[in-house]
Design a protein around this ligand. Structure first.
Ligand code: NAI
Length: 332
């Protein structure tokens, strides 16, 4: 296959961003179709891509002969059914995280993929392609600071999206850490607990910030702070405390401002500028794998199942006074 013809489902923040990245920055790929239940939103996105068609029917996109591979960037609750449909159509699919909000739904998707005997599903855990995170992972693997003992992960945003819930902070935001931590440490998460500080007064009906503790099989302990309404900017941090020193992501800003007798670094408003390189590298790696018929280097459906199982254990802890809960990954 020379050029991979891609259909993108969901034309919201993430879908529109992926279409733009595929169109402008990924070689060997062309966006031929965009589907959104709000077809006007899909059409706004296809307007910028010559030859691309808009539809309100994601299943028509999956079955379309001019779509070789599918990106799913619609609402979390749609991921499982749409991924299964793409797998049944024999098409490679890049599903945004999470694979599904519950591990039971993830099991259904993984089973469906196994029946094909092929690895068709890739998952959008894009931090695996972020240059800073990959450098951090390499430094841990090289033993630069000795064995990792503690990790401190922070995920802060400006304000929560409408409809935010305590559970969504876990399945939608913290789930990135549930993939990142085992990937950084090469060790699975065995046990978790959930804790809350006094909530910010800027929102009602949401426990924010939340703090989670993750114990990995290697004995390291990770703190995860998720603070959706931190207000000041989008800010993702990670520090690894090892036996002989520490490793940490640096501030991602490329410009420092000196003004009014103060020095400052800017924060992005959301995740898109922070992870623009990661999305581009991820989409390029995926398109290359689809074009060459080689295994995708992205996270797998099984990785998505594991991350959702961790999220479920954290929610169990949240509903049970913050007790430690063992992570149970269901059999497929
Ligand atoms: P959004 O709400 O901006 O957009 C979602 C779009 O999907 C909307 O336009 C909606 O009309 C459409 N949609 C809903 N159901 C549909 C269906 N059955 N068929 C076709 N279109 C449908 O949401 P956003 O922020 O773009 O998130 C989309 C997905 O991407 C979510 O699963 C989210 O968890 C994930 N995401 C991933 C990020 C990452 O860093 N990897 C960052 C942000 C979101």
């Amino acid at each position: 296959m020379s050029t991979v013809r891609i259909g993108v489902i969901g034309a919201g923040n993430m879908g529109a961003d992926h279409v733009n990245t595929l169109h402008r920055h990924v070689s060997g790929a062309v966006v031929t179709m965009v589907a959104d239940i709000d077809v006007e939103r899909a059409a706004t996105v296809t307007d910028a891509v010559p030859g691309a068609r808009a539809t309100d029917d994601p299943y028509a996109l999956i079955g379309d002969p001019e779509v070789d591979a599918v990106v799913i960037a619609s609402h979390d609750t749609t991921h499982a059914d749409l991924t299964v449909a793409a797998v049944r159509a024999g098409k490679a699919v890049l599903c945004e995280k999470p694979l599904a909000p519950t591990s039971a739904e993830c099991v259904r998707v993984v089973r469906e993929e196994r029946q094909t005997g092929r690895r068709l599903i890739s998952l959008g855990f894009m931090r695996r392609f972020d240059p800073a995170y990959t450098e951090l992972r390499d430094a841990i693997a090289d033993g630069v600071c000795g064995a990792p003992l503690l990790l401190h992960c922070v995920s802060r945003g400006v304000s929560s999206a409408p409809g935010a819930t305590d559970e969504l902070s876990i399945t939608g935001s913290a789930v990135h850490e549930f993939d990142t931590v085992p990937w950084l440490l090469d060790s699975r998460i065995d046990e978790v607990s959930w804790h809350a500080a006094r909530s910010t007064s800027t929102v009602t009906g949401l426990r924010d910030p939340q703090l989670m503790l993750l114990r990995t099989a290697d004995g390291a302990l990770t703190t995860v702070e998720v603070f959706l309404n931190a207000g000041y900017g989008y800010d993702v941090r990670c520090e690894v405390v090892g036996e002989r020193g520490t490793l940490a992501l640096t501030h991602p800003a490329r410009v420092v401002t000196d003004s009014a007798r103060a020095r400052s670094l800017g924060h992005p408003a959301d995740w898109r500028p922070r992870f623009a390189d990661a999305y581009r590298l991820e989409l390029q790696a995926w398109a290359d794998a689809v074009a060459s018929g080689t295994p995708s280097p992205l996270a797998t459906a099984d990785d998505g199942l594991v991350a959702s199982a961790v999220a479920e254990a954290v929610i169990t802890s949240m509903k049970d006074g913050g007790r430690s809960v063992a992570v149970q990954v269901p059999e497929v």
